[in-house]
Design a protein. Structure first.
Length: 192
């Protein structure tokens, strides 16, 4: 009879503990369901424009679709590579040729924020032949000892927060040889 009483007492005391444990599991499940957000397709548009003072010289647009991914934690999930491989001769006994990638490289990742905005992780790299023909360009070319081409590079890595439909001029950079300004604008649009 004593054993039965102890078992009954033990069962009665453990009942509230089991209910508390069940409530904790329910709350944990609700929190994990809250954190999981659906993937959203977002159109990303990047325009890199070159200006000589206020006069626009060139404009290079890029457009692609990226999908939001909460699991990446800032890693890039969309990549775009466009350009050519340019042969460059290396002076020496063997006259070897190596290749240099010329063009644009874009890495992009997007995640959502709690207030319906989008965090855009963007790495952009562009390499081009340095244009010749101007007086400053000739001076730069003739001061060099060999005839290898000058290669201009523009690199940026950014982390920005944008709303659906927003455009942001995120980078303005000046070329040190000719004084031209490079401006990069980024726009996003959610695909519905």
């Amino acid at each position: 009879m004593k054993k039965f009483t102890y078992l009954l007492l033990l069962g009665t005391l453990s009942l509230p503990w089991q209910e508390t444990l069940a409530q904790d599991k329910t709350q944990e499940k609700a929190k994990t369901e809250e954190r999981v957000k659906p993937n959203i397709s977002v159109k990303v548009q990047i325009v890199v424009s070159e200006y000589d003072g206020e006069k626009k010289i060139s404009s290079m647009p890029y457009s692609f679709i990226s999908v939001t991914d909460e699991k990446t934690g800032g890693h890039y999930i969309t990549t775009l590579r466009t350009g050519v491989r340019m042969p460059i001769e290396i002076d020496g006994k063997d006259q070897k040729t190596t290749y240099f990638d010329m063009g644009s490289n874009i890495d992009c990742g997007i995640s959502t924020t709690d207030d319906d905005r989008y965090r855009v992780y963007l790495a952009f790299e562009r390499s081009t032949l340095y244009p010749g023909g101007g007086a400053q360009d000739e001076k730069a070319q003739t001061s060099r000892t060999n005839a290898q081409p000058l290669i201009r590079q523009f690199k940026t890595s950014e982390n920005m927060i944008l709303k659906d439909g927003q455009t942001l001029e995120s980078v303005v950079s000046t070329d040190p040889l000719n004084g031209h300004t490079l401006r990069m604008s980024v726009a996003i649009n959610v695909i519905k």
